[in-house]
Design a protein around this ligand. Structure first.
Ligand SMILES: Cc1cc2nc3c(=O)[nH]c(=O)nc-3n(C[C@H](O)[C@H](O)[C@H](O)COP(=O)(O)OP(=O)(O)OC[C@H]3O[C@@H](n4cnc5c(N)ncnc54)[C@H](O)[C@@H]3O)c2cc1C
Length: 343
């Protein structure tokens, strides 16, 4: 193999999508993953244009949504497999306050009112339907992309000849001396696979948690958030919490089939982090996708390639040198304050 221009460390969702975008652009790439735990292996793969209790548009949604839609549609066509599942989300209000807050807002192009009185769910405050979302089958996509890189002889351990090394290590970046200064607040998450015979499968259910149809009466139910928990094993408290929420939603019985967990890579600034290390321009990072890797990775991968080829600036909020310098300054201030207090 000739020297790669890009060497990518980590083949979760971030590294895999970046490698594919780099390869499509005609630049050379090599990828490596040491088989450690990956958040992408347990992620539901959901995406939605609106976020949070207030159903606000996600950051840079007008850029990210078309880029992701193009990327996954063309990928599944090329791979000859189904991995992109556009699906509406039924957002069930959990309080009078939530329903009223929605009522007072101007309507969004993505939201329509729905009647859920016929569904076997407890929804005393009603619901709305959110369009423009869905889910991506991440394990399927990662297997296919790994095979593609191997077929192209673009898979192998890191070497010293790369012009640019991009670290896409997920939550493990917090332990990497090169990237720990970026500032991390990783979040453990549990999911359950449950069987719910009789529940309609034409939509995702969102009720503080989510219930995502995955076929054969099976649904993925998630997810919990536990900060500063570094072991990716499933937590018993997580299972209890999800089962309690499910009982609060469903009028139907359900059976728990499996319990999985992972660690989301969350950067303190809450937006992905992309770009070179401030002390070494050959070492780059592509990480911090938190719960929105499916939505943001294709767009930001394309932006990274644009920067490398044409010098077109990446979104300022994501720019790694700025983020790392800021976090270092924040840490130094906190340390000074602590030593003044103790002195
Ligand atoms: C329960 C749960 C539910 C989620 N649901 C969703 C969802 O619905 N939608 C969504 O968009 N996101 C969701 N997420 C978040 C999503 O999983 C992350 O945004 C995404 O997976 C991050 O991808 P990544 O490639 O950065 O990290 P990971 O998927 O963790 O991959 C990192 C990879 O790098 C490898 N690696 C690390 N260090 C090295 C090294 N030094 N050398 C070699 N290899 C290395 C690891 O082995 C791993 O394969 C969820 C997460 C959890 C935990």
């Amino acid at each position: 193999m000739t020297d790669p221009e890009f060497q990518i460390i980590g083949h979760g969702l971030a590294g895999a999508i970046l490698a594919e975008v780099v390869a499509r652009s005609g630049l050379r790439v090599r990828v490596w993953d040491d088989g450690g735990p990956a958040s992408s292996d347990v992620a539901a793969g959901l995406f939605t244009p609106l976020t949070g209790m207030r159903l606000a548009p996600s950051w840079r949604i007008d850029d990210a949504l078309p880029a992701m839609s193009n990327f996954y549609s063309s990928l599944q066509q090329e791979l000859g497999t189904t991995l992109f599942h556009p699906l509406p989300t039924c957002r069930i209000f959990r309080s009078e306050e939530q329903a009223q807050e929605w009522d007072t807002r101007t309507s969004s192009e993505f939201v329509r009112t729905v009647d859920v009185s016929d569904l076997p769910i407890k929804a005393p405050w009603g619901a709305v339907c959110i369009d423009g979302g869905g889910w991506v089958d991440l394990p399927n996509m990662l297997d296919a992309l790994r095979q593609r890189r191997q077929d192209q002889n673009a898979w192998g351990p890191p070497q010293s000849d790369a012009a640019l090394t991009v670290w896409a290590e997920g939550a493990r970046a917090a332990e990497n001396p090169l990237w720990k200064d970026a500032g991390w607040r990783n979040a453990h998450g549990d999911v359950l696979i449950v069987r719910v015979p009789g529940l309609a499968t034409h939509q995702v259910y969102s009720f503080g948690k989510f219930l995502q149809p995955i076929g054969d009466d099976l649904f993925r139910c998630g997810a919990t958030y536990t900060w500063d928990h570094t072991c990716s094993k499933p937590r018993e408290e997580g299972r209890v919490e999800l089962e309690r929420e499910l009982r609060g939603l469903l009028k139907l019985p359900f059976e728990v089939i499996d319990h999985q967990a992972g660690i989301r890579p969350v950067a303190v600034a809450r937006v992905p982090i992309v770009g070179p290390h401030p002390d070494d321009e050959h070492q780059w990072i592509f990480n911090g996708f938190a719960s929105k890797g499916v939505l943001y990775a294709p767009w930001l991968a394309a932006r990274l390639v644009d920067y490398v080829r044409d010098g077109r600036a990446l979104p300022m909020e994501t720019w790694a040198p700025r983020r790392i310098e800021r976090n270092r300054a924040r840490l130094a201030t906190a340390q000074n304050q602590a030593s003044r207090r103790s002195g």
